[in-house]
Ligand binder design. Structure first.
Ligand SMILES: [Zn+2]
Length: 467
């Protein structure tokens, strides 16, 4: 196997050209979608023959694959402790196959165009960053190691999800299968953070941000209803209507956000960045542990991302009420999507909403807060030899880059793994500029071939060091 940039770019281009657009519901795949994933699996087998010859392959969920590479069991290094699980997903979010130019793409999203531009050789297309680029570098590294005669000392599992983007069942099924087999991975790596720049003003170094926890998610239905014994008509409206009551409730949620706090993960991130940040900000970040209360108060005013970092967030999304212009709603409701801080719990977050909306609506109307679905924030992964192994692999592949932890604000497949594994790190070893980060789920998604070369090195070093 060669890991030269043009070869890797060419292989990623091939992966992009199979449009594995995520199935949106939890039901069975349509015949045509199943065919696309079959084609993708065939391509993976063709590109990574050694991996697929050596692995025991189990289909999981919809289009997911769970690979097991048996270990020699001679227990060297960190994973004398147990098996390793590496995850990446095959599916991608939709992109316009027609009208892509009008949508702002420079190239057709599923053409896998490779272009030599100002950032060097670059692969364009849906999935290049999320998550086919990461899937490629992972499989390249394993293929290469196996071909050179390497075998893992403990079992190595590779889970290739089929429906991460639609929060589908394949990762759940894979974890359930591992649970059934009694497998307890000592280390899990899945998508999440990346190598980036411009994280903090004035910081010029590259920074590998590695997700060590994920916020919880819960959807609530907040409903406000009128007394059904007192029907009202829109020509004679009552002083307090459910629709306006709901409006007051939602406005109150904006006015009374959840309390903010700077957690240990953020403190660790800032103190590690501090020495490389110029000017007075450096001293401030270096003291972030002592300054927790102040920073927690200031951050929400800096921007939405900083606010989300220090507190549980609430966002009103879907609204329902009256069905006609002249009909008063007997009940008005909203879905409130919450992202729960790792230092909090679902119960605490829900209690806050109940308290705020009940007070805002008043006693003339009935308020109901119903929990639709949710999951708790994940535990925080340890900063032990496993964290050091990640850090070593980053240093070997992105020389000079810093490695810092962060909390993932969104939800990923990795949260399912957190149930059976204490150490889950969410990180794609790819460089993403801020423009590239914006291209994930957006327009002109692209990755440089140089970053693919480095990504392969990351997994090679990680695996040869630990597995
Ligand atoms: Zn993804």
């Amino acid at each position: 196997m060669t890991h030269e940039a043009p070869t890797l770019a060419g292989r990623l281009s091939q992966l992009v050209q199979v449009p594995t657009v995520t199935p949106l519901d939890g039901g069975p795949l349509t015949t045509s979608t199943a065919q696309v994933f079959d084609d993708f699996h065939a391509l993976l087998r063709e590109l990574y023959p050694t991996v697929f010859a050596a692995a025991e392959v189990t289909p999981v969920g919809r289009a997911g694959l769970l690979l097991r590479l048996g270990g020699t069991g001679d227990g060297r290094g960190v994973t004398a402790l147990g098996p390793v699980l590496l995850m990446a997903h095959q599916d991608v979010v939709p992109a316009p196959a027609e009208g892509w130019e009008a949508a702002g793409w420079s190239h057709p999203p599923f053409a896998g165009v490779v272009e030599d531009g100002e950032d060097g050789l670059t692969v364009y297309g849906r999935g290049t960053l999320d998550d086919k680029g990461a899937l490629l570098v992972l499989l390249e590294a394993v293929e290469d190691l196996l071909a050179s005669g390497w075998t893992p000392n403990q079992d190595l599992y590779v889970e290739l999800g089929g429906d991460e983007e639609s929060d589908g069942p394949s990762a759940v099924a894979a974890i359930a299968e591992l649970e059934r087999r009694g497998v307890k991975p000592v280390l899990v790596v899945d998508e999440g953070g990346a190598v980036t720049t411009g994280l903090v003003p004035g910081l010029t170094k590259q920074v590998a941000v590695v997700g060590v926890a994920e916020k919880g998610v819960v959807n609530l239905e907040v409903s406000v209803s009128a007394d059904p014994r007192k029907p009202a008509h829109s020509s004679t409206p009552p002083r307090r209507s459910p629709t306006a009551g709901l409006g007051r409730a939602l406005a109150a949620l904006e006015r009374h956000p959840h309390p903010s706090a700077l957690d240990d993960i953020a403190v660790r991130m800032f103190t590690e960045l501090a020495p490389y940040v110029p000017g007075p900000l450096s001293a401030l970040l270096a003291r972030s542990d002592q300054l927790r209360p102040v920073l927690a108060k200031v951050f929400p005013y800096v921007g939405a991302e900083m606010a989300a970092m220090v507190r549980t967030t609430t966002a009103a999304t879907m609204l329902t009420g009256s069905a006609a212009p002249n009909v008063l709603a007997a009940k008005a409701s909203a879905i409130v999507n919450m992202r729960v801080a790792t230092s909090s719990t679902l119960a605490e977050a829900i209690h806050h909403v109940e308290k705020v909306v009940t007070r805002a609506v008043g006693s003339a109307l009935a308020v109901d807060v119903r929990v639709l679905e949710g999951h708790e924030p994940t535990p925080v992964s340890p900063f032990d030899e496993r964290w050091d192994a990640i850090r070593t692999a980053v240093a070997a592949s992105y020389p000079g880059a810093l490695t810092v932890p962060y909390t993932m604000l969104g939800a990923s497949d990795a949260r399912h793994a957190a149930r059976i594994a204490p150490a889950v790190y969410r990180f794609s070893p790819l460089y993403m500029s801020s423009a590239q980060r914006a291209s994930v789920h957006g327009v002109d998604e692209r990755v440089t071939a140089d970053s693919l070369v480095k990504g392969v090195r990351f997994y090679r070093v990680l695996l040869s060091g630990i597995a």
